[in-house]
Structures are given as C-alpha cells and as structure tokens.
Design a protein around this ligand. Structure first.
Ligand code: DAH
Length: 330
C-alpha cells in the first residue's frame, strides 16, 4: 500500500471517529508497534535501496507525525465536546428547591385590613409615633390630671424643663385630631400604626404593638353606620358568619362609648375593639361645630386580630424575629 493511500485511509478514519476509544483504535491500526500499517512500512524500509529509503522513509515519517497530530486534535475535540454535554442543562433532572421569604403575619393582616377598608371607601392615613402630650391626651378630652390618663401606661420622652410634653403615642387616636384639623367632613379614614406602652410583657401584652383607628364624620353619622362598617369589616376579615355583641364602656373621647365582642364559629366571645360616637369636646378641640356634625370612632389591635385569625397564643412571638415562627404563615 502506498503512503498516499494510507494517508487517505487514515484521514477518513479520523474524520468518522466519534469517541476516544475509536481514536485509540486508529492509533493502534496505523501506528501500533506490532501490526500498525505505517509501522509495517517503516519496518520494511531495511529491505529497500538507499534511494527508496530516503524517499519513502521521509514520507512515512512525515505521515506518522501527521497522524499523531490529527489524532491529538480529534481527541481534544471529543473531550471538549463531552465536557460541554456534561454541563448542559438537563430539563429532566428534578429542580432545586427555591427558598423564598414570606410576609410577617402582622404585615399580612395589615395589608388585608387596608384592602377591606379601602373597598369600603375609607382613606388610609398615618401619623407620627413620637407624639405630643396635647395630641395623645388633651385633644382627646383627657386633660392633665384626668384620672383616665391612667388607662395608658405612657413612655414619656425626656425633655428640657417647661417644653412641650413628648411621648411615644399610646394609641392611634391622636391622628383623629391631627386629621380633623386639616380636613373638612364628610370623610372616613382608618389609621394603622405602631403604638407604645410602658408595661411588663406577657402573653397578651407587649411594649409596642399595632392598632387600627377608624373615624367617620359627617352631618348625620350614627351608631347604625358604625355597626354596619364594623360588621362588614369583620365578616370580610374572618370570611365567615360572626355573632356580634355591643357593651357599654368608657373612653374619654367618645360618648356613648362601647366595646365590641365577636363570636366566631364554635368559639368563645372575644373582645375586639373599643368604639363610640365622637365626644363633642374632641370636635371642639379641632374647631369643628359639634351642633352640625356627628361621627363615630373605633380602635382595635392588629396583633389581636392576627392572634385570633391564626391561633397564635402569645403576642411576643410576633416580635421574636424567629423565622421558624414566621415561615408558618405562607
Ligand atoms: N384608643 C383606645 C385604646 O388604645 C381604643 C379606642 C377606643 C379608640 C374607643 C377609639 C374609640 O377610637 O372610640 O385603648
């Protein structure tokens, strides 16, 4: 077989090789020490004339280098290709679990409350957490020295002597006065927000928690409107039929004052909010004419709503920062 024929054969073999094993076989077939086709030619050189040796010998050596070079190239190509295949995205493999965060249960309840009241055409209003004594108490018919101030254990903020009293708001009610000072009725608002109490903590008390204040004012707002709004809210929030109970109560900023209890399916009576008709002194403090206006107000604890809705036994869990707790509220 001539060197040229051999070159053709080896080229076509290398071209059609698809695996490393095939490349190895080609190497053996042509360059193998025992019966390699090119090796045979090289072996037969010794029987040739000097002239033949020179011509065929150099051609054969050149072909050997060529075969080695081509085989190496091909093997490299095959290895790279195998690597690529390994790295390719396999759509049939099971996926990796994606760990995603969840909303805190208080955030979820807050969003829900806002959505429900927005659907009832209430405007959402917010106010400052650092509040003045005047807004937190005086404007709500709780003047200095009034024994009702004891209803709220207050975190006072240290101030220079004789300056305005500052405190961490004990309820969201001061935003009633802030809003009325700059808006004219009729209107209906809710005020979600954080409040603070100087109290020992236990399963149902925290030094800070969240409230939702409600206020609706117009020329002819009555307790019937209060009842409708509250009952609509709770039915939407708990998504079930609920029994309601209204008890007389006392808050300085309303008259009459009431407390609202609810009973869920198969449950006990639960106290869920304070409410009432806005006191005339509150209207007077914001320069509203109390002979022409009436309004209702209410206040409820967001944490308490969340505890009832999700069956959380201890309010302190909401503030534990423990994701083993929060991740339960998908
Ligand atoms: N501010 C009261 C509290 O923190 C709750 C409250 C009761 C708000 C009656 C009201 C209301 O607006 O009418 O205990």
């Amino acid at each position: 077989m001539s060197i040229e024929q051999l070159r053709k054969e080896v080229m076509s073999d290398i071209n059609s090789a698809k695996t490393r094993e095939q490349c190895d076989a080609i190497r053996v077939k042509f360059l193998g020490r025992k019966e390699g086709k090119l090796t045979e030619i090289l072996k037969s050189l010794k029987e040739m004339s000097v002239e033949e040796k020179r011509v065929i010998g150099s051609a054969a050596n050149e072909l050997r280098q060529y075969i080695e070079h081509e085989l190496n190239k091909k093997t490299e190509y095959i290895v790279a290709h195998e690597q690529k295949k390994k790295n390719r995205f396999d759509v049939t493999k099971p996926g990796k679990r994606v760990v995603s965060g969840v909303l805190h249960p208080l955030t979820k309840v807050d969003k829900e409350v806002r959505t429900i009241f927005s659907s009832l055409n209430f405007t959402i209003v917010e106010g400052p957490e650092l509040e003045t004594e005047v807004y937190n108490f005086d404007s709500l018919n709780i003047p200095a020295g009034h024994s009702a101030r004891d209803m709220w254990d207050t975190l006072w903020v240290k101030q220079a002597p004789n300056s305005e009293g500052l405190l961490m708001r004990t309820h969201t009610s001061p935003v009633q006065a802030r809003y009325m000072e700059s808006h004219n009725p009729p209107f209906q608002i809710i005020v979600p927000g954080r409040v603070f109490r100087y109290e020992a903590t236990d399963a149902s008390h925290e030094i800070n928690f969240y409230q939702i204040e409600g206020l609706m004012v117009g020329p002819d707002i009555t307790l019937a409107n209060l009842k409708f709004v509250i009952e609509t809210f709770f039915k939407k929030f708990f998504k079930q039929k609920i029994e309601f109970r209204y008890r007389p109560s006392y808050f300085p900023f309303v008259e009459p004052g009431i407390e609202v209890d609810i009973k869920l399916k198969g449950g006990k009576w639960l106290e869920v909010m304070g409410a009432g008709m806005v006191h005339r002194n509150v209207f007077d403090a914001v320069k509203y004419n109390h002979t022409e206006l009436q309004g209702f107000a209410f206040g409820m604890g967001l944490d308490r709503l969340a505890m009832i809705k999700y069956g959380v036994p201890d309010v302190r869990l909401f503030y534990s920062g423990d994701i083993r707790f929060t991740k339960n509220f998908k």
